[in-house]
Design a protein. Structure first.
Length: 276
C-alpha cells in the first residue's frame, strides 16, 4: 500500500522507494498519448513547476519523434513588478527551453503571459486609486496572474476544443487545495476537471511528491533544457521562503509571504529576496 505524502513528510522514506522514477515517466507518457488535447504547463521558475516540466520533458523525450504529436505550451506569468533576480531567472530559463526544444525536436514552446494594461499594478494603484493590496483585498492576484493565464488557456480551448493544464500541485499543500483535488477528480483517470474553465482539464504529475522528493529529483536528474538546478537550490537557501506558483484559480496560494513575489508587494511581512 502506497503511503500518503503526509505520512512520508519529515521521514527519510522517499516516494521513489515505493515507485521508481520510470513508473512516473510511464504515467506521463500514457496520459500524453491518451488523447489529442494539447498540454499547457504552468511554469513559475520555482521548484515544483521546474520538477513538473522536467518530468514531462524527460518522459516525452523517450517517445519516438512521430509520437510527440501534441503541442506542449509552457507559460509563465510576468506581472511587470517581479524582482529583478526572478525576472532574469525566468527569462533565462524560457530562452533555454525554446532553444533546447528546437535542438531536441521536442513539441515544447515557452511563452510569457502578461496582464492587460488596464490590469497592471500601477494603473490600478495610481490611475484608479485602488488601495494597496492586503490580505482582505488582494486585487492584484486575479488581475495580474489568474486572468493572463486563463486567457491563454481559453484561447487554446477555442483553438483545440479542450486542453490539459499540467501543474506542479502536490497533495498536502493546503486543505483547500486537497479538497479541490478530490472534488474534481475523474474516476478512472489521472485528469481532473478544472473548477472554473470549461474545456480545461488538470494533470499533476508530482501530486504524490513530498518536498524532499522534489529536491531529490531535481538534484539527481539533470535539467534537459540546460538549466542549473543547483542554482535553484541556492536561490531557495538565500531566500529562506517558498515560491510563487503560476496562479490559475483562487485556491492556488498567492505570492504574499513568498520570496518569489513582487517587489511592490504590500502583503508580505518580510521580503527575503530583497535582503539576500
Amino acid at each position: 500500500m502506497t503511503r500518503s505524502r503526509d505520512q512520508r513528510e519529515g521521514q527519510e522514506n522517499s516516494v521513489f522507494d515505493e515507485k521508481p522514477l520510470n513508473v512516473f515517466y510511464d504515467e506521463v507518457r500514457k496520459v500524453y498519448l491518451s488523447d489529442h488535447r494539447p498540454w499547457v504547463v504552468g511554469y513559475s521558475g520555482g521548484k515544483d513547476s521546474t520538477a513538473t516540466l522536467q518530468m514531462v520533458w524527460c518522459a516525452l523525450a523517450e517517445l519516438p519523434q512521430a509520437e510527440r504529436r501534441k503541442p506542449v505550451y509552457v507559460i509563465s506569468s510576468d506581472t511587470f513588478v517581479e524582482t529583478p533576480v526572478i525576472v532574469d531567472h525566468i527569462d533565462t530559463n524560457l530562452a533555454q527551453i525554446n532553444k533546447a526544444a528546437q535542438e531536441q525536436s521536442m513539441p515544447i514552446e515557452a511563452r510569457k503571459v502578461v496582464p492587460k494594461t488596464d490590469d497592471t499594478f500601477w494603473v490600478n494603484l495610481l490611475g484608479r486609486g485602488y488601495p494597496a493590496p492586503s490580505s482582505r483585498f488582494r486585487w492584484c492576484t486575479d488581475r495580474m496572474k489568474i486572468q493572463p493565464a486563463n486567457r491563454f488557456i481559453l484561447e487554446r480551448v477555442g483553438q483545440f476544443g479542450e486542453v490539459v493544464m499540467v501543474l506542479g500541485a502536490r497533495r498536502g499543500e493546503s486543505s483547500t487545495r486537497d479538497q479541490v483535488l478530490k472534488n474534481h477528480a475523474i474516476k478512472g483517470s489521472k485528469l481532473r476537471r478544472h473548477r472554473s474553465l470549461t474545456g480545461a482539464f488538470v494533470y499533476s504529475p508530482i501530486e504524490e511528491f513530498a518536498t524532499e522528493d522534489v529536491w531529490t529529483y531535481l538534484l539527481q536528474v539533470k535539467s534537459p533544457w540546460g538549466a542549473s538546478n543547483r542554482r535553484l537550490v541556492g536561490m531557495y537557501r538565500s531566500a529562506q521562503s517558498g515560491e510563487c506558483p503560476l496562479v490559475v484559480d483562487t485556491t492556488t496560494p498567492s505570492c504574499g509571504n513568498s520570496r518569489f513575489g513582487c517587489w511592490v508587494c504590500t502583503v508580505v511581512e518580510q521580503d527575503h529576496a530583497m535582503e539576500s
